[in-house]
Design a protein around this ligand. Structure first.
Ligand code: GLC
Length: 549
């Protein structure tokens, strides 16, 4: 009997996040665009070898939150191109076997979206209830809810004498998902893109859409313990019980999944939700009781786990234990909202992180530039663009959004040499750290990523095999086995700055498939396996041994 599973593309594949403003500027206005992405598809498919791209928003927008304030969900902002360019991008990506997922931003629109312009025009407008409007309470705010980007979550509208709610900027009013017309309109948006051929969606703040129907006050958080995944300042003075994460959201996700499934006959569609929830049970509930909601809630836990073997292993093991039966895991080490990986863990450890991300069980999502070890760029005060950072000091996300470093040419090859100033400053290190230089250097970051991606693609144990952590490893090392049928891959990661010697003699001999130092391959004795400081090694074990079940 053939017991080979038949995993889908989003399970075996590696997804690469493109922040379109910063990837490739084709027309010299200092902002990346869709034609630029097309120009770089060969890099993504042939040079790097990823399977799918996720494009952050490119829709018409006043750019108050750099595109996460959408003014028209079914078009392309002229900054980035037009629908024809998008269709071309999709066709060119598909021709190379690359799937395309796009952002779907359901929680809020721009205040310039025609729906909101109508909604705020009068209390009797048919779209009034598409947003969350409330009277003042005792002459003040309707309740105590706060905006994540600072200040109250309520903005007074002089014209109609009520407040509207916004979880983020006041330029991003929250839609009222309890109104079936909103759901119908946003589902039509999804249909529009599915019919154009996209392979799926990344859902922005998926856990925010449903709030307490009575809009009750949030309880205070007297201990001021973090209420989110990282300290968020004044936002942490409350426990965010009522302003997001209401269980009624699950019914929406079930319907949304049914919509995707209805489009999946010839082309499996997929959605991943941005869910910042760190209670594993609650997080896991977004897969759906019958795996009938999101294909995956993003798993951000590795972004915040202390960078030590024991805590990284615990994070992975906790996830594996908490996953609903049959649910598919995933891992993220960087995105457009978080400090750069190489800055968080250091450049040497970022190589170890690459091996971890690309050998764990589950779908990895890579953030553009992490494959060359881009670091946070310090942004001078006059050039800071992120509204979060401008509203809440210390929260700026510009440092991780700087232009991709393609070469040592003027503008790092991101923009043509004659371009106007890039929208964010280039990293001062771009002459040394760029794609072109790293392609020429055999042991570079980029060549490590290419090697690991190629290994993953050709190794069923890594693509869909089981995961078994191994106990008894030296302190500061994390060792696990990936296994599919009789193929077994050992991954041994040394998180310390000392050499470590591991007795893996029960596995006999093995063949080193990759080392993060990129200077050893081939047959190796596993008694012992010696790891250098910060080294990770991936070994294919002789397959005639007893298989762990
Ligand atoms: C998500 C996005 C972030 C944006 C916010 C508001 O968290 O990832 O960039 O600012 O939603 O839309």
């Amino acid at each position: 009997m053939d017991t080979t599973p038949h995993p889908l593309w989003w399970q075996t594949g590696v997804i690469y996040q493109i922040y379109p403003r910063s990837f490739q500027d084709s027309n010299g206005d200092g902002v990346g665009d869709l034609t630029g992405v097309i120009q770089r598809l060969d890099y993504l498919s042939s040079t790097l070898g990823v399977d799918a791209i996720w494009l952050s928003p490119f829709f018409p927008s006043p750019q108050a939150d750099w595109g996460y304030d959408v003014a028209n969900y079914t078009d392309v902002d002229p900054l980035f191109g037009d629908l024809t360019t998008f269709d071309q991008l999709l066709a060119e990506a598909h021709r190379r076997g690359i799937r395309v997922i796009i952002d779907w931003v359901p929680n809020h629109t721009s205040d310039q979206h025609p729906w909101f312009i109508e909604s705020r025009s009068s209390r009797n407008n048919p779209k009034r209830d598409w947003y969350i409007w409330r009277d003042a309470r005792a002459g003040g705010l309707p309740n105590n809810w706060l905006s994540l980007f600072g200040g109250p979550a309520w903005e007074w509208d002089e014209n109609t004498g009520q407040y509207y709610m916004h979880s983020f900027l006041k330029e991003q009013p929250d839609l009222s998902w309890r109104n079936p017309e909103v759901k119908a309109a946003m589902f039509d948006v999804a249909r529009f893109w599915l019919e154009r051929g996209v392979d799926g969606f990344r859902i922005d703040v998926a856990h925010f859409i449903m709030k307490d129907p009575e809009l009750r006050d949030n309880p205070l958080n007297p201990k001021r313990a973090d209420t989110a995944y990282k300290p968020l300042g004044a936002y942490d003075t409350q426990i965010h019980l009522h302003d997001k994460g209401h269980p009624d959201g699950h019914a929406i996700w079930r319907e949304f999944r049914a919509l995707l499934d209805a489009y999946s006959a010839g082309q499996p569609r997929y959605c991943v939700g941005e869910i910042h929830i760190f209670d594993w049970r609650e997080w896991g509930s977004y897969y759906g009781a019958n795996l009938d909601e999101l294909h995956m809630p993003f798993n951000f836990a590795l972004l915040f786990a202390p960078w030590q073997a024991a805590s990284i292993r615990k994070t992975v093991d906790d996830l594996e234990a908490a996953l609903p039966r049959g649910a598919w895991p995933n891992y993220v080490l960087g995105n457009h909202d978080e400090p750069r990986l190489a800055s968080r863990v250091g450049r040497d450890n970022a190589r170890l992180a690459a091996m971890l991300l690309l050998t764990l069980r589950g779908t990895p999502t890579l953030y553009y530039g992490d494959e060359i070890g881009m670091t946070n760029v310090s942004i001078p005060p006059g050039r800071q663009r992120d509204p979060f950072g401008l509203c809440v000091p210390g929260q700026g996300r510009d440092p991780c959004r700087t232009p991709m470093q393609w070469s040592d040419a003027p503008n790092a090859g991101f923009a043509p040499p004659h371009a106007t100033e890039c929208w964010l400053p280039l990293s001062p290190d771009y002459r040394e750290i760029n794609v072109e230089c790293q392609l020429a250097e055999p042991t570079s970051f980029l060549n490590l990523y290419r090697r690991l991606l190629a290994c993953r693609k050709s190794t069923p144990a890594l693509q869909w095999g089981s995961y078994h952590p191994l106990g008894g490893a030296a302190k500061d090392c994390y060792v696990y086995l990936r296994q599919a049928k009789n193929q077994r891959i050992l991954v041994a990661l040394n998180f310390s700055e000392q050499e470590q010697s591991l007795d893996l003699s029960t596995f006999g001999h093995g063949r080193i498939r990759a080392s993060t130092c990129m200077d050893r391959e081939g047959q190796s004795n596993l008694a012992p396996l010696v790891l250098r400081p910060d080294e990770g090694v991936m070994v294919e074990c002789a397959s005639n041994r007893e298989v762990i079940s």
